[in-house]
Design a protein around this ligand. Sequence first.
Ligand code: ADP
Ligand code: ZN
Length: 677
Amino acid sequence: MSPGSSTFADVAVLAPVGGLLVYELPEELREGSEIGRRVVVPLGRRRAIGFLARIHGERPPPGVTPKPVGALLDEGPFFPGALFRTLLWASQYYLYPPGEVLRAALPPGASAVPRAKKRKARARGPEAAGEPLVVPAPTRELTVEQREAARPILAAIDRGGFAPFLLHGVTGSGKTELYLAAIERALERGRGAAVLVPEIALTNQLVARFQERFPSALAVIHSGLGRADRGRAWERLRSGRARVAVGVRSAVFAPIPELGLLAVDEEHDPSFKQDDRFCYNARDLAVARAKEEGCAVVLGSATPSLESHANAESGRYARVTLPNRIDGRRLPPVELVGLRPPMAGVATGLLQERLREALSETLERGEQAILFLNRRGHAGSLCCQSCGFVEECRNCSVSLTVHRTGRRLSCHYCGFWKPVPEFCSLCRGPLSELGAGTERVEEEVGRLFPGVRVGRADSDVGSAAKISATLAAFARRELDVLVGTQLVAKGHDFPNVTLVGVVLADLGLHLPDFRAAERTFQILVQVAGRAGRGSAGGRVIVQTYHPDHPTLLQASNHDYAAFVASERSRRRALGWPPDGRLCAVRVDASQPAAAERAARLLGSAAERLLRSGRVRGALLGPALAPLERLRGKTRWQLLLRAAGPGELRKLALELQRAALDVHGARVVFDVDPLAML
Ligand code: ADP
Ligand code: ZN
């Protein structure tokens, strides 16, 4: 249909309205009306920015008189077409208002209605002249195994068209080199590329590798970027001056006009999921976008998520593997060391004899070690020795963490803190610290090995730049031992590290989350993967109270296949993903009664719906969330479960309608949720 005969437009308005709104397209605007064009529209008494999502001639029902579109902005569609379609798809899939989804992908300033009437529209689209030539740095020769794995990916890029891959490569197998080769191919074909990495992997080390290869074509997107830098990166990508984006979660929205490749490194990483407001998973959106773009998408990991594994099994993704490390280096042997439960009053060292000895040998040889403990602070909690009272946050149902620095008790969820008390605030009894954190590990290494240079990397250290500086110092061998949380586990390539010690492997094992075993397996394999990447080899020592736990045994054998087999059958028996689909409905309110009322209302609505037989599925809950109070809000949750995404969507949509009757509480729908606490 020619634009001339289309008199109406469905517009995604930047406002929290449930769907697209219908407007009239005035005669004089029809000529330039294109899908994706940014427009100014009246909304209530104000004007708002919107995007043309559909142009048509369908007369609205009688009595409805659509208001006219006010103005067309820019010179053409604001987003590249495939990205725009992906965003509209995401709005449907994640049950989130289209305008709000688009907002998440906008550069700073683009959501404000321009003031001047005749503002010069910014040029859009690839720049015709003055485009710097992309001259990649010389390519490193791929190994035979890498070439083998790269072949189908490069062929898919040459061919064009949607082609999803799961790249299962052990730690140190050279996955990054494979992404680089694939990007290069996409550029040769005149297309762009985007690589998503977890926040912490975006260190100087990785960025340098990309910068060296694509000096003029690269845009780096991280959460520390200011408004101006974000805007600049957006413009460079949109205009085609930069053709490669490397970045965190939000880089899936990089406005690259013609993508030839999307890659998601450490695809299993939970940081790709946003679990508030627009609850998208950037890994899954990357696949959705590749479908719209008609391009290749590579999900890479040493420990693929069960979801991606299932997609490879079913043939939906093509599987490519890198089963060996570069240069025939071996995966480090992992030794589980059983800890005895601590006896009351007996102070036990954090590092048992095995680990102490190994550390001592490593340091004597002038090599480096990483000590991993997934708990920040000095101790997890402060407990009264006579009455057992534990200091808790006043806003959240969690114990306060003891921090030696500043002698504070602080909440890791809301930031509340107070000075460490001297006695129990209930009975004035003596206090003792429970559950050591990274600060204490750092202290203990200093005590055991005087003169050894110890650094710590966790989010208490400060900004991402500070953490990055510590990691860089460690890489330059200005530190001997690096103590840290999961920040030290991911992606880094420190060839001189020959020992990785896991101070306590059990911390995440018993969380009320059906992915607890998967997370534990992944983090152990990842952290173990930091050892022995150089010619000197390496070893891993894992301290645990459960040396017989199957997940720990599988991780210690680097046995992904065994882990997946047992975990899949457990999930299947219980109907958890990937064998069913979930939508979490989270309810919170300052008033506990309001939260409960809302949760029960939604619960009954879901039950009625399921009883009616119109949709098939199951309801779990409503129940208080494991973290029942957070930042002063009481939290309830419901889990909707269905066999497939279609049924789940029907169920969730109807419940979303029921949620319109909720007052005094906030309701968040999270499709394919990861956060269970
Ligand atoms: P992964 O991401 O799979 O853990 P990396 O991409 O970091 O692995 O590669 C591990 C190490 O091997 C890095 O130091 C990298 O520079 C090196 N490497 C990768 N590919 C090659 C190659 N083809 N030839 C020589 N060294 C390589
Ligand atoms: Zn708190």
